[in-house]
Structures are given as structure tokens and as C-alpha cells.
Design a protein around this ligand. Structure first.
Ligand SMILES: Cc1ncc(C[n+]2csc(CCOP(=O)(O)OP(=O)(O)O)c2C)c(N)n1
Ligand SMILES: [Mg+2]
Length: 893
């Protein structure tokens, strides 16, 4: 391949006199009638050709040029010289932070090259656009690219918001003097970071739903429209994550002109080029323009403008378009002579355009994303644009300024060290006032407080409303719903069947009607409202739609019609769990972002939660999200018929690793009512940074009335549901069930009493996770405080005097009861649903997974046999009597 052109260049085709004539005429139309006339003319020509059978290849692309022509570039309002010096200092300090950290602790990591490429993109934002959060106004919400965080810290250092010591302790957060987290983590730096971004692809989708949620709050009158924006700074490699582009059509459809993506197109990812054989910027332009975004390309710096002015025939533009990114990256590391020959040399007429430039001038010609005036123009256009979201595709160089040691190299992403020579080069290039003796140390540098740089920088942030990034929690504690309000759920259904899903929907419906907190509830569903019997809410509170309802719904004449409204309360997200989860995050962090105590309830198919969007749940935990995740159709055997990909018997296990998540598997309406009320109290009154996962199921059975004195046990994770009436008989057993499987434990208790003379008490285990958390806390305390009165875990305390053997069953994997068994007074037999689900009836599934009343009975008898209380023969006979096939298929096999 020669000069990046796969086939023989067709630049020569432009030679024709005919083309010249056409271009001349077009120029005339442009001069006389302006751009609008040109548009009209081209449209008419297109149609004319189309009608005569000419089919143009479809392209959603514009030429490989800056979208904003030089004539439309606004004057730059800042002081370029001061801004350049400040930016140089930020570059230096960001680099020094990583270099010094790795000298302290080899292998501690950090990134230099991402920020090096994005410095101008951030600085123009900081100096001219990013709105800070003030006392009476919202700021912008800004998603900073995770790997660029050294630069954001360096800027905060110049602003006097972070100390030298904190910079010194980058990535050493346990240092007593304080350190800085590797990436944006609100959990670790709750006053600074708002949005965790480092897991690639999650920032773009979250930013979209954040912008949409801002609209939702405005349209529902919960927040004023202050004109603030959501900015997402993203990597071009990151855009390959499915989530990254997965929601862009929503942003366009919802006309989110409060949203700006800035994609740092340095053409490189971690290993090498993003698209060596293609052009990532053009590819992204197509994707975004295709869905209706406003796309602004910032490709070329000001030193290209004179060349484009000479490019009347578009020869240069065409050449730039045909060069693939692999070559573009190569030009970054080559000298001017190579670029002259290889890039411009394909056509003598293009070569002529650069004949006045020296090789060195050619080598230095800048990319648009490093040109402050071009970036300013793009941001200004984006902020002022109305009617659609904007994406800025800014072309930059990865590792910009690292010179020989990294600029544009494939290894640059991982570079963390710089030797003395490289540091000197860096210092010289950016004019950092550090002496020859000191430079090898890579010391941090901050000019005096009264220096023009610091004064300017502080003045700019003050004018824009305060520091960025900054996380400030401004909302007042909220009263939980009154006890009486949920009373009705304590009473039970007097023998009438009801599923916990239905009970949950009734609780939600009641909360929605509450005068104080009703309006703060945010119900979120990914196209599953009917699955959960929630369709009555469509009419009750409406489905949110910024444009209202511009059609008559097909079911308009029914009571529960599909009502869309501008002040609708339900976020009906369609089939996107990732999108719905992003809404949950936006709503669950509104207490910090907007000072609004929004209470989200996100109801979804439990199988499509943790395992599908687990990383978003992890990010939510990092952000201190509040609210309730509600896994519907839960339980491997309770959801009958749906089979392997639907039956969830492990989401509670997947909930274990999330430290601040409280997970409950409720069996009765009153359990749900107690948990939800207490959850609102803990999250919104006491402002604890926790959130909830509740599973609800679709098996209908009578909801019992709440026994006396069990509220504490429900919240702690287990309580005694029923005590055997004939406690005096010889054999005793304690049976533990969770969710719908509690009923199997109750039935087993009856069989045991009637047929085997065993008196069994039945317990409802609402949360294995809470029980384990409590026990681990006690155990840890005891380890660290030898010789002091040991703390006794709730499980041990509650069960120590309970007689007999212990058997637990749930609709989830056996590891859940196993995870708490060591605090039981005796060995625990765990039954559970390990294995793949399959399509069957509920009863057949419970037989298959060996968790129904018969197996609980058998397990109890087996435990009694081990204790020597009953003879093996009795148990052997029981296998037969219970109609259990000992040779049946192993559900784990
Ligand atoms: C989900 C996920 N996968 C992988 C990574 C590891 N990773 C960190 S940075 C990076 C390359 C980023 O390239 P790009 O998005 O182009 O950003 P740049 O540094 O070039 O601006 C990768 C693969 C990650 N952080 N998150
Ligand atoms: Mg990149």
C-alpha cells in the first residue's frame, strides 16, 4: 500500500474542466444566495439525479474537516497566554504525580498520556464553561474520563483545593495525611467526585439518563431548569463498549440539548490504534448523526486554516479523508520530511500548498483538540445548540508533549515513568520554571497565590459559580411514611391468595398517594410493568414523556389506559436494563446532584439484574445511590415454565459482594412493608449510604398476619414464624425458609409432626446477607479485642437455646444458608436450587431441585438420624413414603 491509499488515487479525477465549472457556479450561488441557497440547490440536484436513476451511496458523514468554518469562529474571550501557562503547569503536575507515585511504590500505576491528550479539552471547560454548584443553583454534571484524573487533581491543586501532600499520595489512600484515589470514586472522595467513570462505557449511558432525569425533575416541577449541562468526557476506544453507543438514540429522541459528549479522539486505545484501518472519527460521526445528534468535529488546529483556504478544489480535504488512522498515528511520530512526502506528496498540487512551510513547521501542525480557540468555538456552539444533544469529536494526540518517550506511541497508555532526560524535555517544551538541580525529582510546582496564573484561575472559577468537580449533599432529611400508613399490610389477607409482587405493587401504589413523599417516588420499569401487574399505575400516575401524548392510545376507552404525560411519574424505559439502571442511578443520587430526595423503585426481571448489569450496580454503590432495586419473578422454582435463562436462583448471591447493599428475600406483605419503611427511614431520614435489593415472587398464597414482636427480626434477617404446638414430643427441629419456600417449610413441619413425631418450629429468613454481615462484624470485633467480653452474633444469640436439628431451604443456591451456618449451634443442612433452571411446573421444579416439603422432611429426619435420635430404617422408609426417587437426576449435573 502506498501513501495510505489502497487503490490508485482518484484525486486525478478532479482535473476535469467540467468540475471546475460546476464549482465556479456553486461559488456564485454561495456568494449571491448564501449557504441556504446552496443547500436548496444541492437538494434539488440530488432529487433530480435520483429521479433519473442515480443512486448515491448513503453517507451520514461530512468531510474530514472542522465542522465550524473559520469564518464562524467566535472571538476567544480568555487570555491565551495565561491559560497556556496554567495548562502547562497542570500538565507538569499531572505527569509528576504519576512519576513520583511510581518512584514511591513501583507498580502503583497511574496514567500520563490520557490527560496529556485531553488537557485543552478540560481547560477550556474549566476556564469558560463548566458551571459550579453554588448555594442556590445547580452546577453542570461532568463525567471526567477516569484515566485523566491526574489532570483533574493537578487543576484542583493549582486552585488550592488539594494539598501538595495529597498529590504526593496519589494512589496511596491509606496514608495518614490523606491520599487521592486512582480514578473518580465518590465513595473514596465524597467531597470531590460525583460520577465514577473508569469502567469504560458506563459514563456515556449514565450521562444520557442523567440528562433525561434532569428533564424529568424539571417537567415534574421538582427542580428548576437552570440551563446547566451534562458533560461526558469519553475516550474514542471506550466507544466500542456496547453501552457507550447503546442509548444514543434515546438522547436524540428525547432532544436532550442539555447533554454534551466530548470524545477525545486520540485515535489510540490501550494496545494500539482504535481503527488502524479506518477512521474512528468518521465512524462515530455516522453513528451519532444517524440518530439525530448535533455533531461537531474539531480536527485541525489554526495552522491548517491557511492550507484549507488554498484548497479550493478540495484536493487536500479529499486526501485527509482517505488517510486511515494507522497512518495518521504514524505521522505523529515521524519528522516533517516524511509527512511532506507521504501525506502531501501524493499530488503535486497538494504539495504546493505546503511549500512555504519548513519540515519542522509541518511536524508541529496541530490537531483541533489541542487548539484552544477551536475547542472554545465547539463548546460555545454546543452549549448554545437547541433541540438535540451535541457530540464533539476532538482530534488529539495521545501522550501529547511526552515527546520521544511516548507521544503517539503504541506503548504510551501504560507509561508511568520518565527519566531525567525526558523530564528536561517536558520542562523545556512547556516552559516549567523548575531548576536544573530539581528537575530530576519531578517536583510539583504551584506559582505564588498572587501570581497572574493563580489569580486568573480562581477568578474564572468564581465567575462560573464555584469549584468543579465538587460533590455537595444539600438535601434535608426526610420523614419516613407513618407506621399507620402501611398498617394494612401487617394484617394479612385472611386466607386469600396474593403474590409478594402484588403486595409490593400495592405498597408502592400507597406510597405514591402519600402527600409528603408520594411525588418523590420514581417508579422505573424496563417494559415489564404488566409482568408485575403494575399497569394500574399507568393511569394512576402516568408515564413520563417530555412531549406528553401526541396520539390517542389504543386503549383510551379502558380504565387503565396507557397514559403518557409531561408530568408522568413512571419511567417506562423499554427493554433496556442498562438504561433503566442508569435512571435508577440518576434518581438515587439526586439527593446529592440536585438536593432532591428522589426515591427510586426499579422493578425488573430479577434474572436480568446483577448478572446483566452488575457493573452499573457496583457504580451505583460507589456513588452512594439510595433507593430500591426490586427483582420480580424471582426464585428459581417459583417462576415456573420460563426455563434456564429466566429462573433466578442466584441473584441474592450476586448481591453479596456489594458492601452497602441490603438484600432481602421477603415471604409476606408485612415483611415487605417493614423493610421498605425502615429502608426509607435509614436512607432518607438517617441519610445512610445504603441501598436495597428486594426480591418479589409471583406465587399466590395467603399473606399471613404479622406475628407480634417480629419487626426487629425481619430487619436483622430472620425471626420465628411459628412455634410447634406440641413442643413436648421427643424430637425437635428448627426449619428455615425464605421467600415462597417458607411455605414448604411450614408444610414439612406438618408432615414431621403428623407422621414422624417431630415438633418443628418454622423461621422466615428474610436476609442471609444481613445475618452474615452481623456475624462477621461480631467475629471481627472479637478477633481485634481478645480477652474482652465477646460479642455474640444475632444468629447465635437467637438460636442458642433452640432445641433439635437445623434445616434450611430457599429458592436460591445452597451457599446462602451455608454462608451463615457456622454460627448455628449445630450443623445445618442446606437445601437450595443449584443448577440450571428448566421449563416445568412449580411442583416439578421443586422436586427437581429437591427443595419442597418432602425434601425438607427427609433432611430433617436425616439430621435426627445423625444425632442418633432415630433409626436409619425410619429414614429409609421415609424416602419411599415421601415418594422420592433416590436415583433421580442430579440438578447440578
Ligand atoms: C470496562 C473496561 N474495560 C477495560 C478497561 C481497561 N482500560 C483502561 S483505559 C483503556 C483504553 C482506553 O482507551 P480510550 O478510551 O481511547 O481512552 P484514551 O486513554 O485513549 O483517552 C482500557 C482498555 C476499563 N477501564 N474498563
Ligand atoms: Mg483513545
Amino acid at each position: 500500500m502506498v501513501n495510505g491509499v489502497g487503490k490508485e488515487s482518484d484525486v486525478a479525477n478532479f482535473d476535469s474542466a467540467e468540475l471546475h465549472e460546476w464549482l465556479e457556479s456553486l461559488n456564485y450561488v454561495l456568494q449571491s444566495g448564501g449557504p441556504e441557497s446552496v443547500k436548496e440547490l444541492l437538494n434539488a440536484l440530488y432529487l433530480h439525479a435520483y429521479q433519473r436513476g442515480v443512486r448515491l451511496p448513503f453517507s451520514a458523514n461530512t468531510p474530514y474537516l472542522n465542522t465550524i468554518p473559520i469564518e464562524d469562529q467566535p472571538p476567544f474571550p480568555g487570555n491565551r497566554e495565561i491559560e497556556r501557562r496554567m495548562k502547562s503547569l497542570t500538565r507538569w503536575n499531572a505527569m509528576a504525580m504519576v512519576v513520583r507515585a511510581n518512584r514511591h511504590e513501583d507498580g502503583i500505576g497511574g496514567h500520563i498520556s490520557t490527560y496529556a491528550s485531553a488537557a485543552t479539552l478540560y481547560d477550556i471547560g474549566f476556564n469558560h464553561f463548566f458551571l459550579g454548584m453554588g448555594d442556590n443553583h445547580d452546577g453542570d454534571q461532568i463525567y471526567f474520563q477516569g484515566h485523566a484524573s491526574p489532570g483533574i487533581y493537578a487543576r484542583a491543586f493549582l486552585e488550592g483545593r488539594l494539598s501538595r501532600q495529597q498529590l504526593e499520595n496519589f494512589r496511596r489512600e491509606l496514608n495518614p495525611e490523606g491520599g487521592l484515589s486512582s480514578y473518580p470514586h465518590p465513595r473514596l472522595m465524597p467531597d470531590l467526585w460525583e460520577f465514577p467513570t473508569v469502567s469504560m462505557g458506563l459514563a456515556p449511558i449514565q450521562a444520557i439518563y442523567q440528562a433525561r432525569f434532569n428533564r424529568y425533575l424539571e417537567d415534574r416541577g421538582l427542580k428548576e431548569n437552570t440551563g446547566a449541562k451534562v458533560w461526558a468526557f469519553l475516550g474514542d476506544g471506550e466507544m466500542d463498549e456496547p453501552e457507550a453507543l447503546g442509548a444514543i438514540s434515546l438522547a436524540a429522541r428525547a432532544r436532550l440539548d442539555n447533554l454534551i459528549f466530548v470524545i477525545n479522539c486520540n485515535l489510540q486505545r490501550l494496545d494500539g490504534p482504535v481503527r488502524g484501518n479506518g477512521k474512528i472519527i468518521q465512524e462515530l460521526e455516522r453513528a451519532f448523526r444517524g440518530t439525530g445528534w448535533n455533531v461537531i468535529k474539531v480536527l485541525w488546529g489554526e495552522d491548517w486554516d491557511p492550507l484549507f483556504a488554498k484548497d479550493g478544489d478540495g484536493l487536500l480535504a479529499k486526501r485527509l479523508e482517505e488517510v486511515v488512522d494507522g497512518w495518521s498515528q504514524k505521522y505523529t511520530v515521524q519528522d516533517g520530511a516524511f509527512i511532506r512526502e507521504h501525506l502531501f506528496g501524493v499530488d503535486p498540487r497538494i504539495l504546493e500548498m505546503v511549500e512555504d512551510l519548513s519540515d519542522e513547521e509541518i511536524r508541529k501542525m496541530s490537531r483541533g483538540g489541542h487548539d484552544p480557540e477551536k475547542v472554545y468555538a465547539a463548546y460555545k456552539a454546543a452549549v448554545e445548540h437547541k433541540g438535540s444533544p451535541t457530540v464533539i469529536l476532538a482530534r488529539t494526540i495521545k501522550g501529547y508533549g511526552l515527546g520521544e518517550s511516548g507521544e503517539g506511541k503504541n506503548i504510551t497508555h501504560q507509561q508511568k515513568k520518565m527519566n531525567e532526560g525526558e523530564l528536561r524535555e517536558f520542562r523545556a517544551r512547556f516552559g516549567i520554571p523548575i531548576s536544573d538541580e530539581d528537575v530530576a525529582d519531578a517536583p510539583f510546582y504551584r506559582p505564588p497565590e498572587d501570581s497572574p496564573e493563580i489569580v486568573y484561575l480562581k477568578e474564572r472559577r468564581a465567575a462560573l459559580g464555584g469549584p468543579v468537580p465538587s460533590r455537595v449533599v444539600r438535601c434535608e432529611p426526610l420523614e419516613p411514611p407513618s407506621e399507620e400508613m402501611l398498617d394494612e399490610f401487617y394484617e394479612g389477607t385472611a386466607g386469600r391468595g396474593m403474590a409478594t409482587t402484588m403486595a409490593f405493587v400495592r405498597i408502592l401504589s400507597k406510597l405514591l398517594k402519600d402527600e409528603k413523599i408520594g411525588k418523590l417516588i420514581v417508579p422505573i420499569v424496563p417494559d415489564e410493568a404488566r409482568t408485575f401487574g403494575m399497569e394500574s399505575l399507568f393511569r394512576q400516575v402516568g408515564i413520563y414523556s417530555h412531549v406528553g401524548q401526541n396520539y390517542e392510545p389504543v386503549d383510551a376507552d379502558s380504565l387503565l389506559y396507557y397514559k403518557e404525560a409531561r408530568d408522568g411519574q413512571i419511567l417506562e424505559e423499554g427493554i433496556t436494563e442498562a438504561g433503566a439502571m442508569s435512571s435508577f442511578i440518576a434518581a438515587g443520587t439526586a439527593y446529592a446532584t440536585h438536593g432532591v430526595n428522589a426515591i427510586p423503585f426499579y422493578i425488573y426481571y430479577s434474572m436480568f439484574g446483577f448478572q446483566r448489569i452488575g457493573d452499573l450496580i457496583w457504580a451505583a454503590a460507589d456513588m452512594g445511590v439510595r433507593g430500591f432495586l426490586v427483582g420480580g419473578t424471582a426464585g428459581r422454582t417459583t417462576l415456573a415454565g420460563e426455563g434456564l435463562q429466566h429462573q433466578d436462583g442466584h441473584s441474592h448471591l450476586l448481591a453479596y459482594p456489594v458492601p452497602n447493599l441490603c438484600a432481602y428475600d421477603a415471604a409476606f406483605a408485612y415483611e415487605l412493608a417493614v423493610i421498605i419503611r425502615d429502608g426509607i427511614r435509614r436512607m432518607y431520614q438517617d441519610q445512610e449510604e445504603i441501598f436495597y435489593y428486594l426480591t418479589v415472587e409471583n406465587e399466590s398464597y395467603p399473606m399471613s398476619a404479622m406475628p407480634a414482636g417480629v419487626k426487629e427480626g425481619i430487619l436483622k434477617g430472620m425471626y420465628k414464624l411459628s412455634a410447634s404446638e406440641n413442643g413436648k414430643t421427643g424430637h425437635r427441629a428448627q426449619l428455615f425458609g425464605s421467600g415462597a419456600i417458607v411455605n414448604e417449610a411450614v408444610k414439612a413441619g406438618q408432615i414431621l409432626a403428623e407422621k414422624y413425631g417431630v415438633a418443628a418450629d418454622v423461621w422466615s429468613v428474610t436476609s442471609h446477607k444481613e445475618l452474615r454481615r452481623d456475624a462477621l462484624d461480631a467475629e471481627r470485633w472479637n478477633l481485634l479485642h481478645p480477652g474482652e467480653t465477646p460479642r455474640i452474633p444475632y444468629i447465635t444469640r437467637t438460636l442458642q437455646n433452640e432445641p433439635g436439628v437445623f434445616v434450611a431451604a430457599s429458592d436460591y443456591v445452597k451457599i446462602l444458608p451455608d454462608s451463615i451456618s457456622r454460627w448455628f449451634p449445630k450443623p445445618l443442612i442446606s437445601l437450595g436450587t443449584d443448577g440450571f433452571g428448566l421449563s416445568e411446573s412449580r411442583a416439578a421444579l421443586r422436586d427437581h431441585f429437591e427443595i419442597d416439603a418432602r425434601y425438607i422432611t427427609l433432611a430433617t429426619l436425616t439430621a435426627l438420624m445423625r444425632e442418633g435420635e432415630i433409626e436409619p430404617d425410619v429414614v429409609r422408609r421415609a424416602v419411599k413414603d415421601l415418594n422420592i426417587d433416590p436415583e433421580k437426576r442430579n440438578p447440578m449435573a
